[in-house]
Ligand binder design. Structure first.
Ligand code: 3PG
Ligand code: CO
Length: 553
């Protein structure tokens, strides 16, 4: 009997893959909201089921180095594509190092356009070295090229403060050196480049999956119209807001406009060129649509200047957003959903708004469309529009309601779902909330386990990267928890470098599952072939190998 058939025959219910976003594994207890939480179901799985750890960061998911933490884009890309692709962060580095970025037609057009119109060159993007959505090195390389080689006389930078992929109140650690850098560049090149506007990335511009267009509308007001509260410098804006709103972290800082005696220094006008310098797409698509779409109805664009616009990358490979971009994205092909569709496997992808695109668009290699609408269903449960520390349970229960119903209903062979809680609440840096977030996920896991057991299906539980298991900043050199002057731990809002669990629940016991000890360096990329194997479809040779062995009794 062929193993494919054996597995298929062994199961009477569907295969369900649970992605516990941002729930990684760390041995450290301090600041570990996963270990600290009451998680009877996870504990049971760990005690009774085959499980292992998977790499979810750095080169294992296509990032430039093992110093790069994991993130949802590369994590879901890796799970869905079954092999490692060089990711945006790496591709932009290469395009800059080889000079390819500056030789391409997009760069040339951006330069020519503002030169011919005596316009200004604008940069908008996430202002940090987090390397999840962007990297300051990329911005600096482009500024230097524009100032020293292209001799564009006027540049304006619109800075989205991070505090989510980097330290929660680290903005000035980036702003101060950058101001010094600009001053030096201005005097070396004889140009006038300045910071023109900004705000926290969760307050303006970087909304995703259409969760809240008002963020993008505020970004437009700030960067494009130059309307809003004005300050002399970014430092003054940050310090003022921090004084006025005690405890505020960078990602939430309100928008600001930089003005001098003549008024706002950098509204975007006809004849200007605009580069959105994030390489990651989810939070770059909406602002790109606002710049590019003629018939745009999400908010009133006042003004709507005629500019040359480009993104760092193509953000959506199906919808071709944006039309112009500087670096070719990874061309992720033959993802697992496509291959499963070809075999007639019926699939459900479900999450809440905040992670909906993760299990669809990222999972499918940054494509928003379906491979086969007859076989696939995508379900989005609308997310709350409140700070997630106020609702750490988020929509886990609603997602679970639907998954349980579908496990029972038998309409699908393979279901994948993402619980956003560990990650979205982990990003707030609020420990108690993260603790509750993990417990909410565990409670739902229990319900899914029961449904899987009753249906005779199989459950795989994993995560795309860590976050909630490391809620305190660690000193990079000593590995110790960083502390405030009063001794309390410094909250960490970003992801981690930790591995994630891969747990296998096959309640019937028919398949006798164990991990294949021969699989080298297991990582997220091994999940696709593992799912195919369980579903009775032979994984292609170019996929990383499946993780499991089966010996049916
Ligand atoms: C975000 O966009 O919220 C963070 O930068 C990364 O989080 P994610 O990779 O989990 O989406
Ligand atoms: Co995250």
């Amino acid at each position: 009997m062929k193993w494919e058939k054996l597995l298929k025959d062994g199961l009477t219910g569907p295969l369900t893959l649970v992605i516990m976003d941002g729930i990684g594994f760390s041995e450290r207890r301090e600041g570990n909201a996963v270990a600290d939480a009451h998680t009877p179901h996870l504990d049971w799985l760990l005690a009774h089921c085959p499980h292992g750890l998977l790499k979810a960061h750095g080169t294992a998911v296509g990032l430039p180095s093992d110093k790069d933490m994991g993130n949802s884009e590369v994590g879901h890309n890796a799970m869905g594509a079954g092999r490692i692709y060089a990711q945006g962060a790496r591709l932009v580095n290469e395009a800059i190092e080889t000079g390819r970025l500056f030789q391409g037609k997009t760069w040339r057009h951006l330069m020519d356009y503002c030169r011919e119109n005596n316009g200004t060159l604008h940069f908008i993007g996430l202002f940090s070295d987090g390397n999840v959505h962007s990297h300051l090195d990329h911005l600096r390389a482009m500024l230097e090229r524009a100032a020293l080689v292209e001799k564009i006389p006027r540049g304006r930078i619109h800075i989205l403060l991070d505090g989510r992929d980097v330290g929660e109140t680290s903005a000035l650690e980036y702003v101060d050196p950058f101001e010094a850098y600009l001053q030096d560049l201005n005097s070396r090149a004889g140009v006038d480049y300045r910071i023109a506007s900004g705000g926290g990335r969760m307050a303006v511009t970087m909304d995703r999956y259409e969760a809240d267009w008002s963020m993008v509308a505020r970004g437009w007001e700030t960067h494009v119209a130059g309307r809003g509260r004005t300050f002399r410098s970014a430092r003054e804006a940050i310090e003022t807001y921090r004084r006025e709103i005690p405890g505020i972290i960078d990602q939430d800082l309100p928008p600001f406009v930089i003005a001098d005696d003549q008024g706002p220094v950098g509204p975007i006008r006809d004849g200007d060129s605009v580069i959105f310098f994030n390489f990651r797409g989810d939070r770059a698509i909406e602002i790109s649509r606002a710049f590019e779409e003629e018939n745009f109805d999400k908010f009133q664009r006042d003004p709507y200047p005629k500019v040359a616009y480009a993104g760092m990358m193509e953000y959506d490979g199906d919808l071709h957003i944006p039309r112009s971009y500087l670096v070719e994205p990874p061309h992720i092909e033959k993802t697992v959903s496509e291959l499963l569709c070809a075999q007639g496997i019926r699939q459900l992808a479900i999450s809440e708004t905040q992670k909906f695109g993760h299990v669809t668009y990222f999972w499918n290699g940054n494509r928003s469309g379906k491979f086969d609408p007859e076989l696939e269903e995508y379900v989005e449960v609308p997310s709350d529009q409140v700070p997630f520390e106020e609702r750490p349970w988020m929509k886990a229960a609603e997602i679970t309601d639907r998954v349980v119903e579908e496990i029972r209903g038998g309409r699908f062979d393979f279901m994948r779902l993402n619980f956003a809680n560990g990650d979205m609440v982990g990003h707030t840096g609020i420990y108690q909330a993260a603790h509750i977030a993990v417990e909410a996920v565990d409670l739902c896991l229990g319900r899914i386990m029961r449904a899987v057991r009753e249906a005779g299906g199989m459950l795989l539980v994993t995560a795309d990267h860590g976050n909630a298991e490391e809620m305190y900043e660690l000193d990079k050199k000593t590995g110790e928890v960083k502390r405030h002057a009063d001794g309390t731990p410094k909250a960490k809002t970003s992801h981690s470098l930790n591995p994630v669990w891969f747990l296998v629940y096959e309640p019937s016991g028919k398949l006798q599952v164990r991990f294949d000890p021969e699989v080298p360096d297991p990582g997220l990329t091994n999940i696709a072939a593992t799912c195919m194997q369980i579903l009775g479809v032979k994984p292609p040779d170019f996929y990383d190998p499946p993780l499991l062995l089966f010996a049916a009794s």
